[in-house]
Ligand binder design. Sequence first.
Ligand code: PMP
Length: 390
Amino acid sequence: MVADAQVGEAGAGPERVFDWVDEVAAARDAAGLTRRLRSRPVEDPVLDLASNDYLGLTRHPAVTAAAAEAALAWGGGATGSRLVTGTTEAHTALERELAEFCGYQAALVFSSGYTANLAVLTALAGPDTLIVSDAHNHASLIDGCRLARGRVARAAHCDPASVRAALAARTEARALVVTDSVFSVDGNAAPLAAHLAAARAHGAALVVDDAHGLGVLGPGGAGAGAAAGIAGQPDVVATATLSKSLGSQGGVVLGPERVIRHLVSAARTFIFDTGLAPAAVGAALGALRLLRAEPGRAADALRVARELADRLAEAGLDASAPDGAVVSVRADDPEHAVRWAAACRDEGLAVGCFRPPSVPDGVPRLRLTARADLTAEQVAFAAGVVLKTR
Ligand code: PMP
């Protein structure tokens, strides 16, 4: 039978079916690309520059209290999809306040930034849509492009001329230009105003993933759209995660009301996914309200990032010049990056270790998060450890 022939080598037995996994693992090991999980204890003795907790809010008492309050009020889970029972008053309040803060007509909260990106691309693009996608875009945007089933043109990184050229060659009825606002590996910002001008010249919409801009860029952290003066425009849609600056979990799409209404009825990752847990909604609301009450945090994150990058670059490291809260340092090869990150940890500093496939150009890097709440002493310590262990 055909079905039997496809299940491993004939007669090899069920215990051999996944032998190929070991072969793949051996090749991955040999290339220095194996990933390992590490459980974080409640009190981690190392200084954390590996997380995405850009504003240091995830353990802020106001954030954890808001999470607990929401869980006590609404329960441990959302109980259903957003369209059935999974929309609480807290979800609605978060959507209203996020839209207001970031400067868009409306917002829709998702269970993650990943599902928010899949939603936008699949609901706003199809076989009749050209998607022009920056070459360094996040994996969730790339997956969204694939699921959208339209033609995808890969634009050169941060290059509006390349976007224009791709749009000029389009044969499809509609087009989307898609980009990260701040790129997660090097912390560099996209030229959003120029991208929007390129999109407009060809009747396309602009989709911006502001995962790394929300809370860091723009007035008080209102995001990259606000910083570039394009938030709230009729042809701009933004997405973001609630899991970085907002210290919670979940995602959001921001844009014109009619686009948000369309997503509610058309986006599969909205319709068929359980609503975001109330505790996460509460935490995000708590963090958002803190941001609005204390708007200096965004500027602090940027200042810390620049201090850290300057110290590393002055000492001769190949460090990125950050536009957001991420500083990255190039390593020689994947093994070097792994050794370097481990040596940092031994010295009391947790840093991210980015290797293929998590880097767009194949160059492995240490990735350091410049949290807004780091002291000058902590920045000096972190730079010292990275330099000493290189
Ligand atoms: N977009 C970008 C640019 C990201 O960095 C991330 C998270 N790493 C996501 C989307 C996905 O967000 P989430 O983790 O909330 O799914």
